[in-house]
Ligand binder design. Structure first.
Ligand SMILES: C[S@@+](CC[C@H](N)C(=O)[O-])C[C@H]1O[C@@H](n2cnc3c(N)ncnc32)[C@H](O)[C@@H]1O
Length: 277
């Protein structure tokens, strides 16, 4: 039987749905991933782990940046993501495994570069423990790169009072009921600090920067974010007579309105695992 390092066996991923691989694949911009990975110090020849790899698109980009001579392993605990990644992105030097990153990964050996993007936000109560756990699989002198959002989905300008109140309530519920952390981005630096990492660097930029007309990829992303994640929180939508559909309609009208302005800070943090520690 698999040993659970964090005592949780359940896939409680808030965004789980049949279409999640497609949503992730569509919204992942390989140029952004490349910029982030270069900033983090990815180099040819590295052995790379992409933890919570989603559709596998990020793993493919990381692999290409590690050429010549590098290899990449993408891990995701959702069978749906694993199958998508395997069928779209497997090739010599890139492999995918359907695994929970909180489990023992001893059989995979150690890595020169571990990349964890948009995963820790789903683990409010255990993100530091998870980082501590995966850090075991980084070679001394290797690079850890954590990337996540801060003040997640709370910087929407132009909301009606009803929408604003509902989004605040939903944010509070996401923490309570789904262990979601809308503020994990600002915590990343402290994880590196607490674990004694060296040469720590932080970069802040904008994710979900939306103004003017909405493109169809962004529309699909927000429809799915609303339709999949929010109903799971059990909110009774008091400002909308208990109707999720009424809320969803107004929210999507807001998202499609070219006057609205949306951004979410994305925080990237990287550090080197000490050789002696
Ligand atoms: C928001 S997506 C991010 C995907 C990708 N890292 C990216 O940057 O686009 C989070 C992914 O992490 C996976 N995930 C969440 N918890 C996990 C865990 N404990 N072990 C492995 N995968 C996990 C989910 O199934 C999902 O595919």
């Amino acid at each position: 039987m698999k040993k659970q390092t964090q005592g949780k066996t359940k896939n409680h991923y808030l965004m789980e749905s049949q279409e999640e691989s497609i949503r992730l694949d569509q919204k992942t911009d390989p140029l952004v991933v490349e910029k982030q990975a270069r900033w983090a110090g990815i180099q040819p020849g590295m052995r790379i782990a992409d933890l919570g790899c989603g559709s596998g698109k990020t793993t493919q980009v990381l692999y290409s940046l590690a050429q010549p001579g590098g290899e990449a392993v993408g891990l995701d605990f959702a069978p749906n993501r694993y199958e998508f990644a395997q069928s779209h992105y497997t090739k010599p030097g890139v492999r995918f495994l359907c695994r929970d990153v909180r489990d023992s990964l001893d059989d995979l050996g150690t890595f020169d570069f571990i990349w964890v993007r948009f995963l820790l936000e789903y683990y409010l109560s255990s993100s530091l423990k998870i980082v501590q756990h995966i850090s075991k699989y980084l070679k001394p002198g290797g690079t850890l790169c954590l990337i996540d959002l801060d003040h997640n989905s709370l910087n929407h300008y132009g909301l009606s009072e009803k929408l604003e109140k509902s989004l605040k309530d939903l944010t509070a519920l996401s923490q309570e009921k789904a262990d979601f952390d809308p503020w994990v981005g600002r915590k990343l630096y402290s994880f590196f600090y607490d674990l004694g990492y060296e040469k720590i660097s932080v970069d802040v930029s904008a994710h979900h920067l939306i103004y003017g007309p909405l493109n169809e990829m962004e529309a699909f992303n927000w429809v799915k974010k609303s339709e999949v994640g929010l109903p799971k929180l059990g909110y009774d939508f008091p400002a909308y007579q208990g109707s999720f559909n009424k809320f969803h309609k107004e929210f999507m009208e807001y998202i499609r309105n070219p006057r609205r302005f949306i951004y979410t800070p994305v925080i990237a943090c990287r550090g080197i695992k000490p050789v002696y520690g």
